[in-house]
Design a protein around this ligand. Structure first.
Ligand SMILES: Cc1ncc(COP(=O)(O)O)c(C=O)c1O
Length: 344
């Protein structure tokens, strides 16, 4: 509500990184996703959204939907107080399944697909060759907007997965790391989306539309985003962090192989993660099947007791500009001890 110079600087920097001309600010990635969904519904006039099985996009009500083994969609176990059955608002398909996507979009009632370009919240699930092209073609064909949530996949490089793979989302969301700990998030959209928003907006009612918030775009948040984009999430930092993630992945892969455990490790840019299955998953269901709550708790506790705090969900490691090779080697040593104990 109080535009400042930093907002202009940050928006211009985001334009350069992601090639989208218009940017708005929010305080969290959750909010940026919620606001993007609202805008998508507003300009398409369609009621539904579509997400991937076992996705996570923050505490956005519509996204807590999973596919059961019989293919039926239902509320995700553990979601607290859902307002309605999410099947009312949402379709859910498996990642990497273009046929299922086509079937779900065909009725013409889906406002947007909200997607991570690679899944990162159920372990890492990479896109299969050709999947992104199919996703873009099918969303365009059926008049559905494509929102890419780059909140985690920014780990792929300074322009996230979108620039690394030359994707063309209609809307792009970037939160969390953008403020390096100070609440802040941004969502950007194409000229066409901007024109459609303006065409539907009445000036008199423009402050009651369910997007924004008193503190969205506040001066501290924007100063943090400016500092982060210019001093932390730089190309130089990624050039250092990505090889470190390769080192982490290499160490973990070798320890898994030596212990002959049916596990694997995957990397996306400067993020890496191990999962308790031999095969790399192609979709959320397979990835979720590779999780093991008890084993995960053991690995976290084992590491914590030896001075390493893993991110609190699944087995994910992110290299930061402060990470050193010794940190990685320390993790590899402790990980090797843990898997040796398990396999012994
Ligand atoms: C891909 C993705 N989007 C959005 C969010 C929500 O972020 P926040 O909790 O900061 O709103 C998360 C959080 O983990 C996320 O992984």
């Amino acid at each position: 509500m109080l535009p400042g110079e930093d907002a202009i600087f940050v928006a211009e920097e985001l334009q350069k990184r992601f090639q989208l001309p218009y940017w708005q600010f929010a305080l969290t990635a959750t909010d940026a996703n919620r606001f993007s969904i609202r805008l998508a519904r507003q300009i398409t006039g369609r009621p539904k959204i579509l997400v991937y099985n076992w996705c996570y996009h923050g505490t956005v009500d519509e996204t807590f939907i999973t596919l059961e083994r019989n293919g039926a969609a239902g509320p995700r176990p553990g979601n607290i107080g859902p307002p309605v059955n999410p099947a009312v608002t949402t379709r859910v398909v498996e990642f990497n399944d273009a046929d299922a996507l086509e079937r779900a979009l065909a009725p013409g009632d889906v406002a947007c697909v909200l997607a991570e370009p690679a899944m990162t919240n159920v372990g890492i699930v990479h896109a299969q060759p050709g999947y992104h092209q199919a996703l873009r073609e099918l969303t365009r064909k059926h008049g559905t907007l494509l929102i890419l949530d780059e909140t985690h996949t920014i780990c792929a490089g300074p322009g996230g997965y979108t620039r690394a793979e030359n994707l063309e989302p209609d809307v792009l969301v970037f939160g969390k790391a953008i403020g390096a700990g100070i609440p802040g998030a941004a969502y950007g959209f194409s000229q066409e989306v901007a024109d459609r928003i303006v065409a539907r907006q009445e000036l008199e009612n423009c402050d009651v539309g369910g997007i924004g918030g008193t503190l969205a775009g506040n001066a501290l948040s924007l100063a943090a985003m400016r500092a982060t984009l210019t001093k932390v999430l730089t190309k130089e930092a990624f050039d250092r962090m990505i090889p470190m993630a390769e080192r982490w992945t290499g160490g973990v892969a070798k320890a898994i192989a030596d212990a002959e455990l049916p596990w694997h490790v995957t990397r996306l840019g400067c993020r890496a993660e191990y999962l308790f299955s031999a095969e790399k998953p192609k979709n959320g269901m397979q990835a979720h099947d590779g999780m093991d709550f008890e084993l995960e708790r053991f690995m976290h506790l084992y590491a914590m007791n030896r001075g390493i705090l893993l991110t609190p969900f699944h087995n994910m490691a992110l290299m930061s500009p402060q990470t050193e090779n010794e940190d990685i080697d320390k993790h590899t040593k402790i990980f090797r001890e843990a898997v040796t104990e398990i396999s012994g």
